[in-house]
Design a protein. Sequence first.
Length: 80
Amino acid sequence: MEQTGILNRITIHPDVMVGKPTIRGLRITVEQILKALANDVKTDQLLDDYPELEKDDIRAALLYASQLVDEERVYAVNAN
């Protein structure tokens, strides 16, 4: 699946999980996936824990996060 198409798996609805980015409108947030991966939860374990989750959903969460970081800018503040 191409990168732009995979991002279609990320949905944002004000009525689902308080508007946080989720996977395909499910009650699984991008944040949950990222925190699990950061805590050494393996992809296979995530897929077992969330049977409705697909491998491309995890890839979409990672791509979504990488694009947010890519857009982030830090500006020096002149402290007088």
